[in-house]
Write a protein that binds this ligand. Structure first.
Ligand SMILES: *Cc1c(COP(=O)(O)O)cnc(C)c1O
Length: 409
């Protein structure tokens, strides 16, 4: 069996040449949905991922899901039964989260531009607001007084340290996120003078990290920072959210993160922290690590042609549904995502093809010069590692092509 060379982690089964998603062979799933392109998320793979992570992490660690990775309501409903809390980044996400059985006490909202109306809704919902600036703190206090409610707040800290080797950094140096740690003593003094329900701290330093050592260091630094700040919190804290950043491998040569190492190191840090704050919850918040590998993006080959020696497969999907596969979502150099011909998984005969989407732009590349089983018009192109930052992270309206469907199988 030869599939694309860099299918390093793909956990899906194959039956009779077909990729199987949640027990359903691909062509049957296509018939069931009635159209392409679509995203399909494998329920069991999400359950397995959370279950495995829990075994590797300290038992009393709280695991939250960051909806921005994949806010599909069915996925969020499933997650509500698997994780301990949700982190949202807009009121639309907040409403998806509140539609589940997750208690509002375990939902928090972050984001650097929360408008007054959003803050009011979050206060009314009773969720924790991660405060991103000294101004925002004052606004929340005013709105609480106006609405006759006491807002639950946590301070989002922009730490002095960075999460090393991270694809995206949200902390360290000058950042629009959170309040610089140096300003915290003053801000905390002000906070204690206001009528607010202080929950604790949120420290989010970065995303998409595959290096256990870098994550371990950031976790240690986050816990040390929180322990220093406790000096300025006479009543202690209830929650310490140390962020996440656990990455998944997307490209050839990338190795999966060793979460066991991260969990073992975290257990040691949590023990130290529990000595001073035995009742505070320690939380990590993860997005892509929980859902990214459980999702595929499926499109159908509409045309096949050769241009000056290069074979093209042209599909009915593209970057308007999946910006990341085209290399235009945070990548510096475009690399191929793992791709397969989902109804020809075991076909031996291969050829080198470039797969492009239906948009009139040379940016719309799904796979560049990739060796895949020989495909024809009507076959299905599957992009792996597509469960996070897919549909909602893409310019859906660009070129006004039809929308993609989404299913949880
Ligand atoms: C983006 C983000 C996340 C999720 O990041 P992943 O890389 O998907 O795990 C979590 N928390 C905050 C504050 C974020 O900005």
């Amino acid at each position: 069996m030869t599939i694309a060379k860099h299918l390093f982690t793909q956990p899906f089964l194959v039956q009779n040449n077909q990729l199987v998603i949640g027990d359903v062979p691909l062509t049957r799933l296509v018939n069931r949905i009635g159209k392409t392109p679509f995203y399909a998320y494998d329920r069991q793979l999400i359950i397995d991922r959370v279950t495995q992570l829990r075994q590797q992490m300290p038992a009393d660690l709280k695991i939250h899901y960051a909806l921005k990775a994949n806010p599909m309501p069915a996925v969020v409903q499933l997650m509500a039964g698997l994780v301990d809390g949700f982190d949202v980044a807009s009121t639309a996400e907040m409403h998806v989260a509140l539609d589940t059985l997750m208690h509002s006490q375990h939902i928090s909202i972050a984001g650097p531009s929360k408008r007054r109306a959003e803050l009011s809704k979050a206060i009314a919902a009773g969720i924790t607001i991660n405060v991103e600036s000294a101004n925002e703190l004052e606004t929340i206090a005013q709105l609480s007084a106006q609405n006759g409610m006491t807002a639950s707040v946590a301070i989002r800290i922009n730490p002095a340290f960075e999460l090393k080797t991270s694809g995206m950094k949200m902390g360290g140096g000058a950042k629009p996120f959170g309040i610089d740690e140096e300003q915290l003593p003053t801000v905390l003094q002000r906070l204690h003078a206001l009528q607010l329900d202080f929950q604790g701290f949120h420290i989010y330093s970065g995303s998409q990290n595959l290096k256990a050592a870098a994550l371990i260091e950031a976790q240690q630094q986050s816990i040390a920072l929180a322990m220093w700040l406790l000096e300025f919190c006479p009543n202690g804290i209830k929650k310490l959210n140390i962020g996440g950043g656990y990455g998944i491998p997307y490209f050839a040569g990338e190795q999966p993160l060793n979460t066991q190492q991260v969990g073992d190191a975290l257990a040691i840090e949590m023990t130290k922290f529990k000595v001073v704050q035995p009742h505070a919850e320690v939380i990590i918040e993860l997005g892509r690590y929980l859902v990214g590998e459980a999702g595929v993006y499926v499109s159908q080959v509409v045309d096949k042609k050769i241009s000056r020696g290069q074979t093209y497969l042209i599909v009915d999907g593209g970057l308007h549904h999946h910006l990341a596969v085209s290399g235009n979502f945070g990548q510096v150099i475009r690399k191929n995502y793992p791709v397969a011909i989902g109804n020809k998984m075991h076909v031996e005969q291969q050829e080198t093809v470039t797969i492009v989407g239906c948009l009139c732009t040379p940016l719309d590349i799904i796979a560049d010069k990739m060796c895949l089983p020989v495909a024809e018009v009507g076959d299905f192109v599957v992009v792996y590692q597509s469960g996070a930052y897919g549909l909602t992270a893409s310019p859906n309206a660009f070129l006004s092509q039809p929308n993609a469907a989404e299913v949880l199988v």
